[in-house]
Write a protein that binds this ligand. Structure first.
Ligand SMILES: C[S@@+](CC[C@H](N)C(=O)[O-])C[C@H]1O[C@@H](n2cnc3c(N)ncnc32)[C@H](O)[C@@H]1O
Length: 199
């Protein structure tokens, strides 16, 4: 199914790119492809996800997709004002169709590195939203929250960079659990890496 058709099913608009005007740490908007999400969730299951956080949620595709298919609470954080507005519009039309899903879905305007990680947050999603310097700060906040309120947590990276992998390998107790490659992908980066920190 094409991305526009999939969007249509969820009542959202997430197709397209938004380039950044020369911001060195914050990356452009581009949504995780639906076929990649379909593939990820053939393999990965939310066993005990209390809340999923999408750091740099853009127009919200991943947040709405997860909420729709798994009915788990989701929070998305986005710092680009226009993109955030678009995510809010998407939420209004998405929620119009999915009032029956009780799990909350929250969209927060602001910087991922300023987000206060809550004790219920235990699954963290990143599709290359920012530089590894900002990633390090966000990961530090996640680890501090886990230190305060001990829990297991998963981290999912789409299109992972060497730098992100290095941060997780050398600076955190998160360990690689699984790699999910996309069928027919010629680009070696087109995959998910799933990391877990077990209590
Ligand atoms: C590659 S897109 C990913 C969108 C969405 N997570 C997905 O996979 O469909 C990255 C998004 O992160 C946002 N972003 C970049 N730096 C950010 C920051 N420091 N805090 C919050 N959002 C940020 C960008 O504006 C962009 O919308």
């Amino acid at each position: 199914m094409g991305a526009r058709k999939y969007d249509g099913r969820l009542g959202i608009r997430t197709v397209g790119l938004r380039e950044r005007d020369g911001h060195s740490h914050y990356n452009r908007y581009e949504a995780t492809p639906y076929e990649a999400l379909d593939r990820l969730f053939q393999v990965y299951r939310f066993n005990n996800a209390e809340r999923v956080v999408d750091f740099g949620c853009g127009r919200g595709r991943v947040a709405f997709y997860i909420h729709y298919h798994f009915c788990v609470p989701v929070v998305g954080i986005e710092e680009h004002d226009k993109t955030y507005e678009e995510a809010l519009n998407n939420k209004a039309s998405y929620r119009h169709r999915t009032r029956h899903i009780k799990a909350p879905i929250r969209l927060k305007y602001g910087l991922a590195e300023h987000y206060e990680v809550k004790p219920i947050d235990n699954c963290f999603y990143f599709f290359n939203p920012f530089s590894s310097k900002v990633f390090k700060k966000v990961v530090h906040n996640i680890l501090q929250s886990i230190e305060r309120d001990s829990r297991s947590a998963d981290m999912i990276l789409y299109y992972p960079t060497k730098e992100y992998k290095r941060v997780l390998k050398y600076k955190t107790p998160f360990r690689l659990l699984n790699k999910v490659r996309l069928k027919g992908a010629s680009d070696p980066h087109e995959k998910f890496l799933i990391y877990r920190l077990s209590k």
